[in-house]
Design a protein around this ligand. Structure first.
Ligand code: XMP
Ligand code: MG
Length: 187
């Protein structure tokens, strides 16, 4: 799917595909260096982190394990409530493991804060976060994100795993939605 197929739904391309891939390679090089000789477990947060997880994992030069969690914030709308429910838990016992959470975006940081304390209680050897995108609100959260791809403006973004009403996750770039899409329904 490319920009033409999106028609009028796309307002702007915020981060083009080549810039995303270049950044993923940089992040992977840092992760490779930091975890050299260790047995790293990547924990992807479904569904938004699917693309960054797949590309980051393939850009790493050392073998890693991968597991997934699906979480959902209670409440409706586009803001996170901080009350989180586990829809799918890890298959892996992370006690004593080096764990790197892979996320698409940090907005309020409430979801990640909850996830970090949940995973910390399972006693991993180490726990760090890699997030592709960060919005300005995230500075308010007391969250130590070790690996960040891009700081972006406070706009709703889609593509590269991120959805609006479950659509647009398959875009190879990150874009912003045209205002008429917000007004035109969806959840
Ligand atoms: P918090 O506020 O808890 O939210 O950091 C993180 C989760 O909210 C979703 N989110 C977005 N999803 N476009 C999206 O498609 C956005 O602009 C956006 N902002 C936040 C996302 O699931 C993230 O994990
Ligand atoms: Mg997410």
């Amino acid at each position: 799917m490319d920009e033409k197929d999106l028609g009028a739904d796309l307002a702007d391309v915020l981060i083009p595909e080549d810039a995303l891939q270049e950044k993923i390679r940089e992040l992977a090089a840092q992760v490779d260096a930091d975890y050299a000789g260790r047995d790293l477990l990547l924990v992807g947060v479904l569904k938004g982190a699917v693309m960054v997880m797949a590309d980051l994992a393939r850009a790493l030069s050392s073998p890693v394990s991968m597991d997934w969690m699906a979480v959902s914030s209670y409440g409706s709308g586009t803001t996170s409530s901080g009350v989180v429910r586990i829809l799918k838990d890890l298959d892996t016992d992370i006690m004593g493991r080096d764990v790197l959470i892979v996320e698409d975006i940090v907005d309020s940081g409430l979801t990640l804060s909850w996830l970090v304390s949940n995973l910390r209680s399972r006693k991993p050897a180490s726990l760090e976060i890699c997030a592709l995108l960060r919005k300005p609100e995230a500075v308010k959260a007391e969250l130590d994100v070790r690996y960040i791809g891009f700081d972006i403006p406070n706009e709703f973004v889609i593509g590269y795993g991120l959805d609006y009403a479950e659509k647009y996750r398959n875009l190879p770039f990150v874009g912003t939605l045209a205002p008429h899409v917000y007004g035109g329904g969806g959840s």
